[in-house]
Design a protein around this ligand. Structure first.
Ligand SMILES: Cc1cc2nc3c(=O)[nH]c(=O)nc-3n(C[C@H](O)[C@H](O)[C@H](O)COP(=O)(O)OP(=O)(O)OC[C@H]3O[C@@H](n4cnc5c(N)ncnc54)[C@H](O)[C@@H]3O)c2cc1C
Length: 405
């Protein structure tokens, strides 16, 4: 892709800075953190210092003051070497922070966004439940209004930063007779589960945030990929949430979440693209140096065609992802394009990483090289923030609406 098509000087500078950080700080620990499922707190601290935990938010909110394209570049570059780190940035920014930036009151923004955007604490988004995944509207978490407070009960499943995070936007049913219009969202706080660790680092915990009684992390997931990313249940047992923590209007929680998910999909597309690019780079270098039958394996058509297919699809994925981001950045409708970018790039990541393992032969199947990790990391991109099937449903709805017009 011609850089000039979407990028200005500032984007190239962000890309260089993130590339350098990914190479020097993320790549050296990626394999070990994946193997032992270690959350990268030291790198979270460094990312906070570099502004990478608040890329698209204005400086007056504690953010880096860059734009959406810079944010997508950040995720893409991190995911080239480690998808878990890319996801930490993406889940924290799009899921944990953007609903407060977009739908919060001035007081809520002032209270929470600087803490999140600076990386002082991590945020997350609690939508999914044990019995409500793709059908998120089927959630059972309830919020009952009582004496100027809401009392919340329920369980959220698979929440990124569920145990390490402190600020969460959580959905609950406030009026069961209204369907999706009876769902609201709340800002909820609890201390991180890694208090001891983060005290040493001086980030990850903010003592002034109330520890809401009855709100805690539950089971931590042991996953196939994204193993250095934290995924846990959130348990809500008679949690009293002050009225001022209602985010947006009562009954607007579902539609607000759907809007946040639209841009979240571009982020997962960027993450997927990064994984595919990382795998391609590994495979191309390996194919150029690995010799069999007296020559580099890249000289065999069976291998070079795989590289050609990977490179072609990556180019297509870049255009889809950056086009969706460009539309979003310029205030144009982008829901269909975001779903297309997410669908294509996540499936591309799976195809590209599988091909990369094949190019590496037996070595690709070992932990001596990163391609097997990349293949495991790619799979969840077809599931999280709306499965491939759900993306196809979203795209089909847009197409049918256009035909109807
Ligand atoms: C590592 C990880 C991190 C996550 N992070 C978060 C987070 O931070 N916050 C959060 O709220 N959630 C999070 N999730 C949850 C994620 O968004 C859900 O797992 C996802 O939306 C799918 O829901 P489900 O797992 O319940 O699958 P289900 O909805 O039960 O789907 C099972 C299968 O049925 C298919 N299916 C369902 N409905 C249809 C349909 N109408 N048509 C065709 N096929 C259909 C699905 O595509 C899928 O193949 C995370 C999940 C994981 C694994």
């Amino acid at each position: 892709m011609d850089d000039a098509l979407y990028f200005a000087e500032q984007h190239l500078a962000v890309r260089e800075m993130v590339r350098e950080f990914a190479r020097d700080a993320v790549a050296p620990v990626a394999a070990r953190f994946d193997a032992d499922s270690i959350f990268p707190w030291e790198n979270v601290k460094r990312m906070g210092e570099l502004g990478l935990l608040g890329v698209p938010w204005p400086e007056e909110m504690g953010g880096a003051g860059f734009d959406l394209l810079s944010y997508m570049i950040t995720i893409e570059e991190l995911a080239k070497v480690d998808a878990s780190t890319g996801l930490t940035v993406s889940a924290h920014t799009t899921l944990g922070t953007s609903p407060i930036v977009r739908f919060g009151t001035q007081a809520q923004r002032e209270r929470y966004v600087p803490l999140l955007a600076s990386g002082k604490v991590l945020g997350g988004f609690g939508l999914t439940e044990p019995d409500a995944g793709s059908d998120a509207a089927g959630m059972r978490t309830r919020a009952v209004k009582k004496d100027g407070r809401y009392v919340l009960n329920g369980t959220k499943r698979f929440i990124t930063h569920g145990s390490v995070g402190e600020i969460f936007v959580v959905t609950a049913v406030t009026d069961a007779t209204q369907g999706t219009k009876g769902i609201s969202s709340f800002i909820m706080t609890k201390p991180t589960s890694d208090l001891e660790k983060v005290r040493e680092l001086g980030i990850g915990h903010e003592p002034s945030l109330p520890a809401m009684k009855g709100f805690r992390a539950g089971k931590k997931e042991d996953k196939l990929g994204w193993r250095a990313s934290d995924t846990a249940e959130l348990i809500l047992e008679d949690v009293e949430v002050p009225e001022e923590n209602l985010l947006g209007k009562e009954g607007h929680g579902f539609s607000n979440f759907m809007r946040a998910l639209d841009s979240g999909r571009i982020g997962i597309a960027a993450l997927s693209l990064g994984i595919a690019e990382g795998a391609f780079e590994q495979a191309a270098n390996y194919a150029a140096t690995r010799r069999q039958f007296g020559k580099p394996i890249a000289e065999f058509q069976g291998i070079s065609f795989q590289l050609s297919d990977m490179a072609t699809e990556i180019e297509a994925g870049k255009h889809l992802m950056f086009h969706a981001a460009w539309l979003a950045q310029h205030g144009k409708p982008f829901s269909k394009e975001a779903a297309m970018a997410k669908l294509f790039c996540s499936e591309l990541a799976m195809r590209a990483t599988t091909k990369a393992v094949q190019v590496f032969g037996g070595y690709g199947y070992t932990k001596d090289y990163p391609v097997e990790r990349m293949m495991r990391d790619a799979k969840i991109c077809e599931i999280g923030e709306g499965t491939s099937e759900i993306q196809r449903l979203v795209i089909a709805r847009h197409i049918l609406k256009e035909i109807g017009k």
